[in-house]
Design a protein around this ligand. Structure first.
Ligand code: GDP
Ligand code: MG
Length: 435
């Protein structure tokens, strides 16, 4: 989905003006991309209709070009469809009970342990409950995970799940447990017995959260499963697992949209720490595969417009000094943490940036900043005066090596050369870089 949409918007970006036909052409691509990503047909149809209605004949904002405007609308509608961020319900008498439900292999046991770890780190006293007595291996798995996250696991041999849960509850109450997470059994398909059992558990204790765990890789099937559970037990939240896989979002759009149940967490790996609280902007960005383009636009607008304009002109005129470079780094810093900025870059630039290890980039940026601030203003304005002894002084002053200083100067000369070339091509090179 992400690659597909990128292509669509690249084509759009190359156009100066957006006609009704352009909107329709773009939306045809968006529709196909969503269907290929296994988003439910009805959901796609509604989504496209909403975007179209807003895109055609929308008042043209001065800050955005027409292509950006379509992106913005697709993005906003996606946020609407995915719904707002929602927290775990931790109100009510203790222990609060969270029940994990879902098909076998969806990631219930893993998610139970991940959430246990999260709540424990927030100061809750957590108890994990193995309510899957049919498979001894399932109990063992929960025990192993419990050990790893430092949370006790309640098990009981030879009892049915509702009874196990009731006994666990009594013990939890006595022991001052504040949150009890129940890992239930799953089946390979929806069946009545599984639903009856979940309802029987809910009759024994008051449930604060019933979290449906869904494997995000299963596509279309997800809607069927989610509605099956929703019609039998009262769901309060969704946990979408395996978001680290290839199918990055189709299922999440469908499930949320069809069931109306809020997304609460994303599972992003097999590791016990691979859990993300659901954040609509982040998920939408991931689905669209173009980072938070709008966030970048907003931040760029918030930057000092005049000085940015001046600097751009100086850059293109070839009068670009290390002093300008230092100013730009300061502006960049104002936009937020470097890794976020790298993630937000669109197009080819963004694809390049995402291959950079953000820690390397951060380290490199620190070195560069240290070197620049160890220079005098005169040196920054006229790097030609930097002879060997001055370079040694700068390296000492910035706690770096002469090689670092040399590398920076070399990169700077390379930048100057690129800007001169860009100037000759009339800025076309620049748009190619970001397009
Ligand atoms: P359950 O049968 O619903 O309890 O599912 P499990 O928690 O046992 O998970 C089934 C498999 O999926 C295991 O191999 C997990 O390691 C794996 N798994 C669970 N969550 C994720 C996730 O977010 N990403 C990835 N890549 N694997 C996951
Ligand atoms: Mg399990």
């Amino acid at each position: 989905l992400s690659g597909r949409l990128n292509e669509v918007f690249q084509n759009l970006r190359r156009r100066g003006k957006l006609t009704e036909a352009d909107v329709d052409a773009a939306l045809r691509e968006v529709r196909m991309a969503l269907l290929e990503a296994d988003v439910n047909y009805g959901v796609v149809k509604d989504f496209i209709a909403r975007v179209r209605e807003r895109a055609v004949g929308a008042e043209v904002s001065r800050a955005l070009n027409p292509a950006q405007q379509v992106i913005k609308i697709v993005h906003e509608e996606l946020l609407n469809t995915l719904g707002p961020a929602d927290r775990l319900n931790l109100s009510g008498p203790r222990p609060r009970v969270m029940m994990m439900v879902g098909l076998q292999g969806s990631g219930k046991t893993t998610a139970a342990a991940k959430i246990a770890r999260l709540l424990r780190s927030q100061g809750e006293r957590v108890l994990l409950v193995a309510a899957d007595p049919y498979r001894p291996a399932a109990i063992k798995q929960l025990q192993t995970l419990g050990e790893r996250v430092g949370v006790p696991v309640f098990t009981e041999d030879g009892k049915l799940p509702p009874e196990v849960v009731q006994h666990a509850f009594t013990q939890a109450e006595k022991g001052g447990v504040t949150v009890m997470i129940v890992d239930t059994a799953g089946r390979s398909q929806l069946d009545q017995q599984l639903m009856d059992e979940l309802r029987a558990i809910a009759r024994k204790v008051t449930i604060a959260e019933t979290l449906l765990v869904v494997d995000s890789m299963i596509g279309q099937e997800a809607v069927h499963i989610a509605t099956g559970f929703r019609d039998s037990v009262s769901l309060s939240g969704l946990v979408l697992t395996k978001m680290d896989g290839d199918a990055r979002g189709g299922a999440s759009i469908s499930i949320r949209s069809v069931t109306g149940v809020p997304i609460k967490f994303l599972g992003t790996g097999e590791g016990i720490e691979a859990l993300e609280a659901y954040d609509p902007a982040r998920l939408a960005g991931r689905i669209l595969g173009m980072g938070d383009v709008l966030g970048l636009i907003e931040k760029a607008e918030a930057m000092d417009q005049k000085s940015a304009q001046e600097q751009a002109e100086r850059m293109m005129s070839g009068h670009f000094t290390l002093e300008d470079f230092a100013n730009q780094l300061r502006q960049l810093r104002k936009m937020g943490p470097l890794h976020q900025i790298l993630e937000m870059l669109p197009g080819n630039m963004g694809q390049m940036a995402r291959q950079v290890d953000p820690r390397d980039a951060e380290r490199q940026l620190k070195v560069t900043e240290a070197i620049l601030s160890s220079m005098t203003q005169q040196e920054r304005n006229n790097p030609d005066v930097l002879n060997a002894s001055r370079r040694r002084r700068i390296a000492r002053g910035s706690g770096t090596d002469v090689q670092d200083v040399n590398r920076l100067l070399k990169q700077f000369r390379e930048m100057q050369r690129v800007f001169k070339t860009l100037q000759k091509t009339g800025g076309r090179g620049m748009s190619r870089l970001f397009g």
